[in-house]
Every structure is written in structure tokens, then in C-alpha cells.
Design a protein around this ligand. Structure first.
Ligand code: ADP
Length: 304
């Protein structure tokens, strides 16, 4: 099983020619309600590729919680370990998008921020049979690290997507508590102080990450490609050429693809290729979870 222990949000998106200024009301052209949250997005990305995936986390007991659950089930994500608890509301993101596709986002973490030690105990049997665990930083770090320890103890692999970028870097122990991290440019700079601008600077950052205690590192640079490092081996891969219209959740689809391929026994280099194809295809569609590509679509792109 692939397990995601992370966030689930409902995204409420309003489209308008321009974003309102403080105190102003603008009339928009339309809206969309979709499933988001980095945890949910990564889980959906795995499911769309045909992988068996569980999303462990929390929603509130409310309409958005029901909606999130319905969407996850629709995409084929198992929600047995997604708990509805009445203490906090389901997480939401309120997103404004203007005519130039610039956005402004307010996230209310809600139930995602309530994840704690009791959740790790609750999902312990699942963690013990998890081959790959996907983590992000939209939920509290302590329970995520506890879950990581449990998965590794049982021989599983732990991938941390350090997103959103941690303002003060990550505690030293985190580097030795996970196997692989997958930062984008901003996150890489926040973590190791190197701004990856090209192949060489990205490889330098990946090496710095491995020196801190990871066994593998991947640095995502959007349309500028991706680098990976594992033991003494490393490499660069250019991005797939696609017509990008909306980069929301590209990073999440990348991680879903990476986890799926590694769980199936691929080498890091092979897995990064699948992941890059997932990320690229996600940019050709609007929305978060709704942008995740299928295995057939990946096949077609990789074979091109
Ligand atoms: P994040 O979404 O976390 O900021 P990136 O922007 O680096 O991360 O996107 C994640 C991955 O999605 C990239 O590594 C790449 O594989 C793919 N991707 C993103 N933008 C593009 C693009 N314009 N063209 C092709 N692939 C892209």
C-alpha cells in the first residue's frame, strides 16, 4: 500500500478579471469547487495511475468534509483512515484567480492542523503495511515524523515533500527521519540556502541535502527540469515539453507519480521520469486533484 498522511482541503475558486483590493467588491465570471490539499492531491495522483492508496488524515463533521470524501472515493482513494472529527472544520482554501492567472489564496487549515499523536496510533496497522509513505508540510510535523519512524521500522520508504516552504528550515532530526525529499526552487533555498537555477546549482543543493542525512534527494525546477541524487549517482532530466496553463498541483502530481513508481520497484531515475511526466501533464489542466493524469496519458508522453 501507498499511504498519504496529510492534508485534505476543499478549494473554492473564484475567477474574475482582476482580484479585489481591500474593501472592494468585484464581479467574477465563474467559480469552481474542487478537492485540494497537498495530501489529497498526492493521493489522487497515485490513484489515477492505478495505485492502491490510502489517505490518512482528518476532516471536520461538515458539508465540505462530506464533499471531500465523495471526491476522494470518486478518484479511487481509500478513505477508511480519514477521520471526521467534530472539533475543527474541514480545511479549505479560498482562491481568487484573475485574467492573467495570477492568484491570491487564503488557506484555513482547520482539521488538518489538529492531526496529532492519536492519529498515528489510530493508523498504526496501516503504517506497518505501508510500502511508501507520502508526507508534506501542511499538517503538524511531529505526528508526521512519528508516522515516518513507524513505516521505516517496518521496512517502508518515506518521501517528504517539504511544501509549503518551511520559514525557518527543518529541525536537524527530520533529515535523518525520512529517506527522500523533493523540494522545488523556493523550498530548496529555504532548506539548504542554495537557489537552484540550473543543473549545477541544483545538483549542489541535492548533494547538500544528502549530506544532511537523506539517502536520496530530488530538486524540482518547474519547466527548467529536475535533478536527482542517490548514493554516488546523480542526474538531470529536462522537463517534458507541454502547453502549461495552470501549474497548481504540478508538484503534488510529481510526488504521487514518484511514490507510485518507487513502490512498484523502479529505480530513482526511472521514478523521476514518471514523476516529471505526471507534473508536466498536470500543468496542462486546471484545478488541483482534478489535474492528475492517468497511466495511459503518462505512457503516451514518456514514449514520445
Ligand atoms: P511545485 O509545483 O512544487 O512548485 P514545480 O513547479 O517544480 O513544483 O513542478 C513540479 C514538476 O512538474 C516539475 O518538476 C516538472 O516535472 C513539472 N512541471 C512544472 N511546470 C512545468 C512546465 N511548465 N512544463 C513541464 N513540466 C512542468
Amino acid at each position: 500500500t501507498i499511504t498519504v498522511f496529510g492534508s485534505v482541503n476543499v478549494d473554492v475558486v473564484a475567477y474574475a478579471d482582476r482580484l479585489p483590493r481591500p474593501g472592494e467588491t468585484v464581479h467574477g465570471s465563474g467559480y469552481a469547487i474542487g478537492l485540494g490539499g497537498k495530501g489529497a492531491n498526492q493521493a489522487v495522483a497515485v490513484a489515477r495511475l492505478g495505485g492502491a492508496v490510502e489517505l490518512a488524515g482528518r476532516t471536520g463533521v461538515d458539508t465540505f468534509g462530506t464533499l471531500a470524501r465523495e471526491r476522494l472515493a470518486h478518484f479511487g482513494v481509500a478513505t477508511t483512515h480519514l477521520q471526521a472529527s467534530p472539533d475543527s472544520p474541514t480545511g479549505i482554501a479560498v482562491i481568487g484567480v484573475d485574467a492573467r492567472a495570477e492568484n491570491s489564496i487564503t488557506v484555513i487549515g482547520g482539521a488538518n492542523m489538529a492531526l496529532d499523536h492519536t492519529d498515528v496510533e489510530r493508523i498504526a496497522p496501516l503504517l506497518r503495511k505501508t510500502r511508501v509513505l507520502l508526507l508534506q508540510l501542511e499538517t503538524p510535523l511531529a505526528p508526521a515524523m512519528e508516522a515516518a519512524a513507524m513505516v521505516r521500522q517496518a521496512g517502508g520508504l518515506v518521501i517528504l515533500d517539504p511544501a509549503p516552504a518551511p520559514r525557518r528550515g527543518l529541525p536537524e532530526t527530520v533529515w535523518r527521519s525520512v529517506d527522500l525529499m523533493t523540494p522545488n526552487e523556493t523550498e530548496t533555498e529555504a532548506l539548504v540556502g542554495i537557489r537552484p537555477a540550473d543543473r549545477d546549482s541544483a545538483l549542489a543543493a541535492a548533494r547538500a541535502m544528502v549530506e544532511r542525512g537523506l539517502s536520496r534527494a530530488v530538486v524540482k525546477m518547474g519547466a527548467a527540469g529536475v535533478v536527482w541524487r542517490e548514493d554516488e549517482a546523480e542526474g538531470f532530466m529536462p522537463a517534458f515539453a507541454v502547453e502549461a496553463i495552470d501549474t497548481v498541483a504540478a508538484g503534488d502530481c510529481f510526488n504521487g507519480g514518484l511514490g507510485h513508481a518507487l513502490a512498484a520497484g523502479a529505480s530513482l531515475e526511472e521514478a523521476v521520469r514518471v514523476a516529471a511526466a505526471c507534473g508536466a501533464l498536470a500543468t496542462t489542466r486546471r484545478g488541483a486533484s482534478d489535474a492528475a493524469p492517468t497511466a495511459d496519458e503518462i505512457q503516451a508522453l514518456v514514449a514520445r
